[in-house]
Design a protein. Structure first.
Length: 319
């Protein structure tokens, strides 16, 4: 089902997608999350990643499934939207976990490979770990931006994970067509967002060299100027793909969305400057999936009137 909604009304003077995107990132409204417990997830190839248990003390008595939050490209468990949502769920006495995707955040030292848009097995292993930790038979997953594509891809592969039970899934601004999204992020807006991602990835790669100096793809000189070039020279070969084109083709979820059977919500903004909304125009979605499109919101913005964060409020309603 496709639903275009006018429920989201942007804050005054913030109907510009760039203002929505940039201000939401700069002024994330972080709150303290005390007593967060760092846990390690072992992956089949020997790498590891970290998750952070933010569960309320009363969560063990709750019948509600645990919630796993997954960040986007260049993010981590410390991303402001991750902290805000975790804090609100904790106040509801929920089991809540924030994930550092492989090689992200504090997990750079414990993973030789990196997160990428097709890493659905990493997400599956993490969700299974949380089911075991909590003793609860099912889980809810919320994934933002790049990880939204990972989540949608996983939902088409659940036959490979018979013990994984996802009650519902939510993907926010997912780049379901990676090749087109990568091209548009370079071509539009003078490459502004391309530059922002490259700057973040360069910083991460410098840290990675300290922990994995023998990585054959770690010395990128000159450093890539576009996200496509970075994926072609680093992300793809490091993670076993032939090149960026092979990586994008094998990792994009768009062509398999009709196979999803889990109740799923996909939220996109028609003015998203990072993930082009037109990739959803011809997407064939399943009967269990609801695609919600707003006219405004930017990329992970959704800054509403009266100081409200519409995306956050919607997630609380959906969860």
């Amino acid at each position: 089902m496709v639903k275009t909604t006018s429920e989201f009304v942007p804050r005054r003077f913030l109907n510009c997608p760039h203002r929505q995107t940039i201000l939401a990132a700069l002024f994330g409204g972080k709150v303290a999350l005390p007593n967060s417990n760092q846990l390690t997830v072992d992956l089949p190839d020997g790498d590891q990643l970290y998750i952070y248990d933010d569960s309320a003390p009363a969560a063990a008595k709750s019948a509600a499934p645990p919630v796993l939050l997954v960040h986007g490209l260049g993010g981590s468990h410390q991303s402001s939207y991750m902290i805000r949502i975790a804090n609100r769920l904790r106040r509801r006495s929920r089991n809540i976990f924030r994930m550092d995707m492989r090689g992200c955040g504090n997990g750079i030292s414990i993973a030789r490979k990196t997160a990428h848009a097709g890493a659905s097995d990493d997400l599956a292993q993490t969700a299974l770990c949380i089911q075991k930790l909590t003793g609860k038979p099912a889980i809810q997953i919320v994934a933002f931006s790049l990880s939204g594509n990972i989540l949608l891809k996983l939902l088409t592969e659940l036959n490979a994970y018979p013990e994984l039970q996802i009650t519902n899934a939510i993907a926010i601004c997912p780049p379901i067509d990676l090749a087109y999204s990568s091209q548009m992020i370079t071509d539009k807006y003078l490459g502004f967002y391309d530059y922002q991602f490259i700057r973040s990835l360069k910083k991460d790669l410098l840290q990675r060299r300290q922990h994995h100096p023998d990585c054959p793809w770690g010395q990128l000189s000159p450093f890539p100027k576009t996200l496509f070039e970075f994926d072609n020279r680093f992300t793809a070969p490091l993670n076993g793909f032939l090149d960026a084109a092979d990586y994008y083709q094998k990792s994009s979820s768009k062509d398999r969305l009709s196979e999803i059977t889990v109740p799923t919500i996909v939220l996109v903004a028609n003015d998203d400057p990072v993930v082009p909304a037109e990739i959803f125009d011809d997407a064939q979605i399943s009967e269990s999936t609801t695609l919600i499109r707003t006219d405004f919101g930017g990329h992970l913005g959704f800054l509403a009137r009266e100081g409200k964060r519409w995306m956050d409020d919607q997630l609380m309603y959906w969860l």
